[in-house]
Write a protein that binds this ligand. Structure first.
Ligand code: ADP
Ligand code: MG
Length: 425
């Protein structure tokens, strides 16, 4: 059972695969197999999302289910395109499961129908990329029904697309009993607990490129956290708002007023808002064929970013300040790299903070695709409590929005406020 929590109330609980009888049933499972694939070699470069789907698939196989997996991959814009075929994924799941996982040539066509109707208990198949049909993202009811017709039960385990109301993520639940898999259950537990019941001090670190991407999450976290750290290019809008020069850094001048409001709100709420006190600035971010930065860079105080330079990372003094702040933290949620971590010369801030998080005795939760990639790149993934598989979905969840891929699942029971729940029953 999953508890979907909103503003401190337990609104309702959603059924999971543990809550229904699945024995021998034909089950359609929506996974998030949207993995990075090297265009040249066709190899999957990070299979974390596939690995994370295995517990649900194995459980269904233990229940002797006939398992039909489906997912999207990339943005093929509603047309069949071999570049976005899920074939490499079928191969990788077969290897990981130690069992052949054939893939149909189409999604709802003859081949898919035939293969799914021939499935035996304990067998798994994969449908081709659901986004080969525009009807998927349009959440077309007929398309959803055709997907549903292949199975008896729908399991959603694709947290990464749970914030989208698409045919395979939500629409199909109109036609089949719908429950969540273990991955969605785990995501909601970690993200939900951090919102609802965090151990304190509770620190949020927000970085990334744009303030505009993360306004609502900043607003909602200001209601919850003790300390809010802002880094990445986002911080330059806050610096500019306070009247400092930011040179040629990425900045959103039209968001300066908003930044001032957020600073004011932090004060009112007693939240310790931390902005960089120094920054690494560069002339440019062009790299040579070995990935080495081609132009000069240096560290300057945040109040003195020189004209003609761009901020690309937090400086050493800021790193020290943040490390000190994190030492006593008991819950940390991190979304968005603190610099342009894709370039080694500008990855130090992000890596230093990732290392610091790996050392503290706290619940550490990472949300956001680029942040997760940065942690993987630094080899620190297994030091974190939870790395969310959903970038946009985890942000929307933290903003307090309802996720269509969760909302569409069957309710376990209508339930009550926390006060009622605390009663000694
Ligand atoms: P996430 O995917 O974790 O939510 P975002 O997509 O919001 O993170 O932001 C990640 C991007 O922000 C990265 O591509 C990174 O290069 C960029 N970024 C971070 N700091 C800077 C900076 N100072 N200047 C330019 N880009 C930056
Ligand atoms: Mg991103």
């Amino acid at each position: 059972m999953i508890l979907v929590k909103l503003k401190g109330l337990i609104v309702m609980s959603k059924k999971t695969i543990r809550d229904i009888d699945l024995k021998g049933k034909k089950v359609l499972v929506r996974c998030d197999f949207n993995v990075p694939i090297d265009k040249k070699t066709g190899e999957i470069t990070d299979d974390r999302r596939i690995v994370e789907a295995l517990p649900t698939i194995k459980y269904l196989l233990d229940q002797k289910c006939k398992v039909i997996l489906c997912s999207h991959l990339g943005r093929p814009k509603g047309e069949a395109n071999p570049e976005y075929s899920l074939a490499p994924v079928a191969k990788r799941i077969s290897e990981l499961l130690g069992q052949e996982v054939p893939m149909s040539k189409d999604v709802i066509g003859e081949n898919a129908q035939e293969m799914s109707s021939d499935l035996k208990e304990g067998q798994v198949m994969l449908l081709e990329n659901v986004r080969f049909h525009r009807e998927e993202t349009d959440n077309d009811p007929e398309f959803a029904k055709k997907l549903a017709d292949m199975a008896e039960i729908y399991v959603n385990d694709a947290f990464g697309t749970a914030h989208r109301a698409h045919a395979s993520t939500a629409g199909v639940a109109e036609y089949l009993p719908a429950v969540s898999g273990f991955l969605i259950e785990k995501e909601l537990k970690f993200l939900g607990d951090s919102l609802d019941n965090p151990k304190r001090p509770y620190v949020a670190i927000l970085g990334g490129a744009k303030v505009s991407d993360k306004i609502s999450v900043i607003e909602s976290l200001l209601e919850k956290v003790d300390t809010l750290i802002i880094g990445g290019a986002m911080s330059y809008t806050f610096l500019k708002a306070q009247g400092y020069e930011v040179g040629d850094s990425l900045c959103e001048p039209d968001k300066c007023n908003l930044a001032l409001e957020l600073i004011k709100k932090a004060k009112e709420k007693g939240v310790n808002l931390i902005l960089p006190i120094d920054n690494v600035v560069g002339k440019d971010n062009e790299v040579d064929e070995n990935g080495k930065l081609m132009s000069e860079y240096k560290t300057v105080p945040a109040t003195q970013m020189p004209e003609g330079w761009k901020g690309f990372d937090i400086g050493e003094k800021t790193m020290e300040l943040l490390k000190h702040e994190l030492k006593s933290a008991k819950t940390v949620i991190w979304n968005g790299p603190l610099g342009m971590f894709e370039i080694d010369e500008f990855a130090k801030g992000t890596n230093t903070i990732a290392e610091a998080l790996g050392k503290i005795e706290a619940t550490t939760i990472i949300g956001g695709g680029d942040s997760a990639a940065a942690i993987e790149k630094a080899g620190l993934a297994d030091k974190m409590t939870h790395i969310s598989t959903g970038g946009g979905a985890s942000l929307e969840f933290l903003e307090g929005k309802k996720l269509p891929g969760i909302e569409c699942l069957m309710d376990k029971e209508k339930c009550c406020s926390r006060e009622d729940d605390d009663g000694d029953r």
